[in-house]
Design a protein around this ligand. Structure first.
Ligand code: ZN
Ligand code: ZN
Length: 62
């Protein structure tokens, strides 16, 4: 898996549970639908449980 992102050091945290998703097989990464600036990262289990994430702009979403 070759995931690169600006400012990263081979570490990417799930926005909801803060697990290091780079050690997970399955995760989603997308721009915050509200501010389009921050990246929302969700691990497989948070996606399945529809855990709430909170962007630094204050947006909350499933
Ligand atoms: Zn998670
Ligand atoms: Zn945002």
């Amino acid at each position: 898996m070759a995931v690169r992102f600006a400012g990263g050091e081979g570490y990417m945290k799930c926005t909801s549970c803060h697990v290091n998703v780079l050690s997970e097989d399955n995760f989603t990464k997308f721009a915050c639908p509200a501010c389009l600036k921050d990246e929302i990262v969700r691990c497989e289990s948070c996606r399945r449980k529809s855990n709430i994430y909170v962007c630094s702009c204050g947006f909350e979403g499933p």
